[in-house]
Design a protein around this ligand. Structure first.
Ligand code: TYD
Length: 230
């Protein structure tokens, strides 16, 4: 609870003006998140719009190219990465999440600020970013104009060594500088996601060691509890 208070996460769940939900799907690289999102895309019709972080708008996709694909990305400082992920998120919030939710669509996002918490704060061991993390949440998810933080985070959890092995084996995956991390980094990221879950009530942690179909059934159950049906 102390951490929760410190990073100022309380009070961020904004009152929705309609019943639309903003849901983030997140987890370590290799957690099977992509497979799960593909299954959801097949299941849900036009009531749900899918997006991803970093990215989701033309400008945020440019930030994605910069932080993920540009050869210079590996030389960016942890603070610059932190700021750029938040810059992309601000762009997505203003130009995609807010308009979509207010037009009556549910928004399902592949990653969200839970990734910044897990990767930039825990993976990179930057405790000094905690205050800035809370501040950025308040700025991006609060302060009126229909801004809203996610209603729920669904986090796919599995042991770090399994996730890393899966990420490295995935032949379809374009390898980026994010993928070549050592096991200790993956373990810190897993801890980061768990700490995020501990300190953030609207989080459901899903056991991702099971088969894709079993995991999918769990996800569908959670979405049904949220009132989101196919
Ligand atoms: P991507 O190849 O899309 O990974 P995935 O398919 O697993 O989502 O690349 C996104 C990478 O960016 C991923 O390694 C996680 C990282 N990331 C952060 O480090 N911080 C963030 O805030 C976000 C949104 C992503």
């Amino acid at each position: 609870m102390e951490l929760w208070n410190h990073i100022g996460l309380e009070g961020l769940i904004m009152n929705s003006r309609n019943n639309t939900k903003y849901i983030v799907f997140d987890g370590m690289d290799g957690s099977g998140k992509g497979t799960q999102i593909d299954l959801l895309k097949k299941k849900f019709g036009s009531s749900v719009v899918f997006t991803r972080e970093p990215g989701g708008t033309p400008f945020a996709e440019e930030i994605r190219k910069l932080v993920r694909d540009n050869p210079l990305a590996g030389t960016s400082t942890p603070l610059n990465n932190f700021l750029l992920f938040w810059a992309a998120r601000e762009e997505l919030q203003q130009n995609f999440v807010v308009p979509m939710l207010s037009s009556g669509k549910h928004v399902f996002s592949d990653r969200g600020d839970s990734s910044t918490f897990a990767f930039q704060l825990y993976g990179e061991q930057r405790e000094e970013f905690f205050g800035a993390f809370g501040f950025m949440r308040r700025m991006v998810f609060g302060h009126g104009g229909g801004r809203r933080g996610p209603d729920l985070y669904i986090i796919f959890d599995l042991p770090a060594e399994v996730a890393r092995e899966r990420a490295l084996q995935d032949a379809n995956r374009v390898k980026t500088h994010f993928d070549v991390r050592d096991l200790a980094y993956y373990e810190r990221v897993r801890t980061g996601f768990r700490r995020f879950a501990d300190n953030h009530p609207p989080v459901r942690v899903v056991d991702a060691t099971r088969t894709p179909e079993e995991v999918h059934q769990s996800v569908m159950g959670i979405l049904a509890e949220m009132g989101i049906a196919e």
